[in-house]
Design a protein around this ligand. Structure first.
Ligand code: ADP
Ligand code: MG
Length: 337
């Protein structure tokens, strides 16, 4: 008999978890993205010890029926893509069907979900279903991840301080709130409310909640369109800058991405207005046909490959440059003659 065997699902999920679940923030990201994909208008995240003890995400999305809820913890279980060609027109944040399987394999999960007609409560340990019973009928999903990495001590040891882990999650939640102003987000850590947005769709309101009212007031709106892309957002006037490029949030089709060339285009829009080594606070939303953006580059889906990149860069540089320039001209026009 040969030596090679196909590994069982529990083992392969645990291996995949190494990539998908790097730290508590990765769990928050996957769970909140699922809540967004479920059409939620309100998403609450509650953490204990920066998520190492408990991460709970409560949404008011479409929920799951019993069959879906149980299968959702299996690897490659997804309701979001069904065919190969779907991969080129992804409109949801998830599609790989591996987040819940990976998360469940390295934690203890308590799930309550309802589609409004049936309700289910499930408890899993290391991906194994331990308990299952009918649950409340409140439409939506309430998923709690406890004792993350309890069965992968090496990963647990690698975790930084509570403050560092919490910092990553606050940053993530801020970006998600900026990305989805029409969703009411709450982030709570023990007794502290760390973020709260009203979900009324006002991006400037979210900016004020995150960067303070006075900074938000010093941001100019921009909007532009080319043949294939549409962009809009806010960016600070050159007097308000930061020493880090981290304050530039880039969203492509509702996904927070890191993209060096887009960052560069934003900086170039400022020409000489920006002091050397400084960057603005910017929120840019980019929309284009999903077939122009390949998000299947890495499991975390934060990197994307763009088609017609040159066209987009020109659009960004021109639109933001004009917004800043017209703003800088305002005081001159306003001067009494
Ligand atoms: P993916 O998001 O890539 O499809 P996941 O493992 O994150 O994979 O989730 C598996 C499936 O479970 C999803 O496709 C979705 O159908 C269902 N699901 C997960 N979270 C929720 C939620 N909060 N509300 C409704 N359905 C959910
Ligand atoms: Mg998902």
């Amino acid at each position: 008999m040969g030596q090679i065997q196909i590994m069982d699902d529990f083992l392969s999920n645990k291996i995949a978890a190494g990539e998908v679940v790097e730290r508590p923030t990765s769990v928050v990201k996957e769970l909140v993205e699922n809540a967004i994909d479920a059409g939620s208008t309100s998403i609450e995240v509650i953490l204990e010890e920066a998520g190492l003890t408990s991460i709970q995400v409560i949404d008011n999305g479409h929920g799951m029926d019993e069959e879906d809820a149980l299968i959702s913890f299996q690897r490659h279980a997804t309701s979001k893509i069904h065919h190969e060609h779907d991969l080129f027109r992804i409109r949801t944040l998830g599609f790989r069907g591996e987040a819940l399987a990976s998360i469940a394999s390295v934690s203890k999960v308590h799930l309550m979900t309802s589609n409004g007609e049936t309700g289910l409560e499930v408890y899993l340990e290391g991906g194994h279903v331990k308990e299952k019973k009918p649950g409340p009928l409140r439409r939506g999903t309430d998923l709690q991840v406890k004792q993350l990495f309890y069965n992968t001590p090496a990963r647990l040891k690698y975790m930084k301080t509570i403050q560092t882990e919490l910092g990553h999650t606050i940053d993530l939640m801020n970006r998600l709130a900026l990305c989805y102003p029409n969703i009411a987000f709450k982030l709570r850590h023990h007794d502290h409310m760390l973020l709260q947005t009203n979900g009324r769709g006002d991006l400037q309101h979210v900016l004020a909640a995150i960067y303070g009212v006075s900074n938000a007031k010093k941001m100019v709106a921009f909007e532009g369109e080319s043949q294939d892309y549409k962009i809009y957002g806010f960016t600070t006037i050159p007097e308000i800058t930061r020493a880090s490029k981290n304050y530039m949030s880039i969203f492509v089709n509702g996904r927070w991405v890191k993209h060096y060339t887009i960052q560069k285009a934003i900086l170039e829009a400022y020409h000489t207005y920006l002091p050397i080594g400084r960057a603005p606070i910017t929120v840019i939303h980019i929309e284009g046909d999903p077939h122009l953006t390949d998000v299947n580059v890495h499991p975390a889906k934060q990197q994307i490959r763009l088609s017609k990149e040159g066209e987009l860069m020109q659009l960004i540089e021109k639109t933001i440059h004009e917004a800043i320039r017209s703003h800088m001209h305002v005081p001159e026009i306003a001067k009494p003659k």
